[in-house]
Ligand binder design. Structure first.
Ligand code: TTP
Ligand code: MG
Length: 388
């Protein structure tokens, strides 16, 4: 296979940098994106706030203890989405092969772009300049011959970095890194590996493959190859979202079953509405529960056929809830996610009840239409109207 040229581009402190861009008074100061509400969590923090140890996903209470003078700004997702679109447009000028991973991050395969735009470093430099001029933000770019190494590289010299990893660099740039920098190695796998004295990517690369598969399961082979610099995954443009989900943290922890059921119905409706608006369906319904002690469980159920229907999503979620909820504990958060998504013809199904289905499709379309016209929750099921 011809050697590919892959860029991984990731914006620096994305939400925080946008707020600092738009309000010069915030520049140079510790900024935390997230509400000041005690139960809220940090979305991201400016590099000034990171110097105090604040980072994404940290409980707000802890963040404010570490950095009491931080300025908290509630997130403005619409604005960040607009910025994201502009960045993606810039990427698309340099190649058709742009795979967005999130609002602020994408892979670009620029193997076919060099005759027109120059070598990968030149392309990366031009993209940085375009983003700076047109969007007023900085990013970090990793350049390599596969996705794994490009992503690893973009993180090495953040913020405003540009890092190349070629084959010759693996031993000195990649192998000394700790295993938690590996794609797919989370905290649990890290602990297991550390128990076997595997602490660096280099040690991982030199571990026996069978041994690794015993520890990590089916993921073991992939991790082993990546650690050795092998990753043949293509850059897939316009990848659909992997999942669509919605979750709610209660203002107070609750054991009120009726209330929880009502929230579940609300979540199912929201997820269903989003599936239908994107014309996709999903096969696996995932229920997430987080108790007041932060213990979190996810349980899932896979259907025979894909769905985008609130009532079915709700029915499965409530079933999962009933069998898995520990009634002795109060609940902090509940969420529903639908995964195994498909679009278009793939999910056309032969129904046993065509008339019923037809009718309820029309009902859903009508509800979605009214709700998108007059704002959410204009029309909702009677059970969701709070008794007061
Ligand atoms: P990241 O790229 O992980 O973080 P970042 O861009 O803020 O900082 P950097 O890349 O320089 O380390 O995530 C991009 C945005 O996604 C981030 O600005 C906010 C949002 N986000 C959350 O809301 N919650 C999270 O837990 C994470 C990791 C990110
Ligand atoms: Mg980022």
């Amino acid at each position: 296979m011809m050697e590919r040229n892959i860029l991984h581009i990731d914006m620096d402190a994305f939400y925080a940098a946008i707020e600092q861009r738009d309000n010069p008074d915030l520049r140079g100061l510790p900024v935390i994106i997230g509400s000041r509400h005690p139960r809220s969590v940090v979305s991201t923090a400016s590099y000034e706030a990171r110097a105090f140890g604040v980072h994404s996903a940290m409980p707000m209470v802890k963040a404010l203890k570490l950095c009491p003078e931080a300025i908290c700004i509630p997130p403005n997702l619409k604005k960040y989405q607009n910025v994201s679109e502009k960045i993606m447009q810039i990427f698309n000028k340099y190649t058709d092969l742009v795979e967005a991973l999130s609002l602020d991050e994408a892979f670009l395969d620029v193997s076919g772009s060099q005759r027109i735009f120059g070598n990968p470093r030149v392309i990366a430099q031009r993209i940085k300049e375009n983003i700076k001029e047109q969007v007023g933000l900085t990013c970090s770019i990793g350049i390599s011959y596969n996705k794994f190494l490009a992503k690893l590289a973009s993180d090495l010299e953040k913020p405003n970095g540009m890092t190349v990893i070629c084959k010759e660099d693996i031993k000195n740039k990649v192998w000394p890194l700790p295993i938690n920098k590996m794609w797919g190695i989370g905290p649990k796998s890290s602990i297991k590996l550390e128990k076997c004295n595997i602490r660096t990517i280099g040690q991982l690369a030199q571990t026996d493959l069978n041994f690794l598969q015993n520890i990590l399961g089916s993921w073991g082979a992939e991790v082993y190859h990546m650690a050795n610099g092998i990753d043949n995954r293509p850059v897939v443009p316009h990848r659909e979202a992997h999942s669509i989900g919605h979750e709610t943290t209660f203002l107070e922890d609750t054991v009120d079953l009726e209330f929880i059921k009502m929230v579940l119905l609300d979540l199912a409706q929201e997820v269903g509405r989003r599936l239908r608006s994107q014309k996709i369906k999903g096969k696996t319904i995932v229920l997430k529960l987080r108790y007041s002690d932060f213990k979190t469980i996810t349980r899932n159920h896979t259907l025979m056929e894909c769905t985008d229907r609130d009532d079915l999503i709700y029915k499965i979620a409530i079933g999962l809830f009933k069998t898995n909820y520990d009634k002795n504990k109060s609940l902090r958060l509940i969420g529903i996610t639908v995964t195994g998504l498909t679009t278009g013809e793939e999910h056309k199904q032969i129904s046993l009840f065509p008339v019923e289905n037809e009718k309820s499709n029309i009902l859903y379309q009508a509800l979605d239409k009214i709700n998108s016209k007059y704002g959410e929750k204009t029309v909702t099921r009677a059970r969701l109207v709070r008794k007061s």
